[in-house]
Design a protein around this ligand. Structure first.
Ligand SMILES: NC(=O)C1=CN([C@@H]2O[C@H](COP(=O)(O)OP(=O)(O)OC[C@H]3O[C@@H](n4cnc5c(N)ncnc54)[C@H](O)[C@@H]3O)[C@@H](O)[C@H]2O)C=CC1
Ligand SMILES: O=C(O)C(=O)Cc1ccc(O)cc1
Length: 308
């Protein structure tokens, strides 16, 4: 158990990330009151049935009233609307944060609504699965995983440190980054892999020469890995594509060039080039494992990540 870090915490949005936060907050005893708000009655009822919080409301203003920490865990395209809704009810001195997968757009949407008397500190836990909804979360999701904070210039350092202590109590390792840099890094390591997965699964599904049942029956582990990513929430990934457009298009352009070069090597039978490239990429994988960065989900996480 950690200590009470915030007297009252409000979670707006209670899907995979919000409910994982709720579970770890409860497990670690980080607050005396956990208020939960989400847009639909059905999801709120599900959160209540799972005993994720101390109070439940549809109006996010009721949840943030008197809250010392507010974390918004909704698809990035909705963060501006939520910020506008909660702004008049925020407690002076409160920390307002989010978990969105893109940062520059979330800041552009939220910052104009944030009153001067709160500390707005955007964040992004680099931890998740392809599942969504309140039942999909688990308290261990953030254990040993990075959480990137992208504070704006002039943000109170004590507030940043306080939010950092919260994420560490949730099990995360902490980094801070410029929001635009964050968006470029995440475009290549997270957004592009998902887009490629959506695309390859779509291509396999469209092939006239291979039946859908053959795709399912013979899918080797490489393709199965793609299908897991391609099962991720369509609203969340639509929003990521729309809200990190420039960085994603930049990385897609680079990717397409490199793919054309690989295509050329295959066409011309350039075995040396293929061997050189595949050797180099194997080294990247080895570096990830040596750095202890291989995703090591506990068994329950793996089950949550693969069950459909
Ligand atoms: N799923 C993942 O692996 C990760 C997701 N993220 C980010 O976390 C955020 C939440 O993602 P998940 O929890 O996976 O999604 P989810 O789909 O599981 O949950 C989203 C929640 O937001 C609620 N919601 C949607 N619009 C709302 C609105 N206007 N007002 C109030 N509530 C609203 C939904 O009812 C639901 O409770 C997204 O911004 C995503 O980019 C960050 C890291 C990993
Ligand atoms: O399921 C996976 O493999 C993920 O990559 C999860 C994920 C999705 C979005 C994020 O912003 C961070 C992590």
């Amino acid at each position: 158990m950690s200590e009470i870090l915030f007297e009252k915490i409000a979670l707006i949005g209670i899907g995979l990330i919000g409910s994982s936060l709720a579970r770890v907050i409860r497990r670690e005893g980080l607050t005396n009151h956990l208020a939960i708000s989400t847009r639909s009655q059905a999801t709120l009822d599900e959160a209540r049935a799972l005993h994720l919080g101390d109070s439940y409301c549809l109006d996010p203003r009721d949840a943030v009233h008197d809250a010392d920490l507010v974390i918004i865990s909704v698809p990035v395209g909705s963060s501006g609307a939520v910020a506008e809704q909660i702004a008049p009810a925020l407690k002076p001195g409160a920390i307002v944060s989010d978990v969105g997968s893109t940062k520059a757009s979330v800041i552009a949407q939220m910052q104009p609504h944030m009153p001067d008397h709160v500390h707005f500190i955007p964040g992004h836990p680099i931890a998740g699965t392809e599942k969504s909804g309140p039942a999909a979360g688990f308290a261990e999701l953030f254990q040993g995983r990075w959480c990137i904070l992208t504070p704006l210039p002039g943000t109170d350092q004590a507030a940043v440190e306080r939010l950092g202590r919260f994420w560490e109590a949730c099990g995360s390792r902490l980094d801070t980054m410029d929001p635009n840099h964050h968006d470029k890094v995440l475009a290549i390591v997270s957004h592009l892999p998902h887009i490629i997965a959506y695309n390859i699964v779509g291509t396999a599904d469209d092939l006239e020469t291979v039946t859908q049942s053959e795709v399912i029956k013979y899918s080797a582990s490489g393709f199965r890995d793609f299908t897991r990513l391609a099962a991720s929430d369509p609203v969340m990934w639509r929003d990521i594509c729309l809200h990190n457009k420039d960085a994603i298009l930049e990385m897609l352009a680079r990717f397409s060039e490199d793919l054309a070069s690989l295509q050329r090597a295959i066409r011309w039978g350039d075995g040396d080039k293929l061997f050189e490239m595949f050797t180099h990429t194997r080294d990247v994988r080895r570096s990830i494992i040596e750095a202890g960065q291989e995703v090591d989900l506990p068994d329950f996480g793996r089950q949550a990540a693969t069950k459909n």
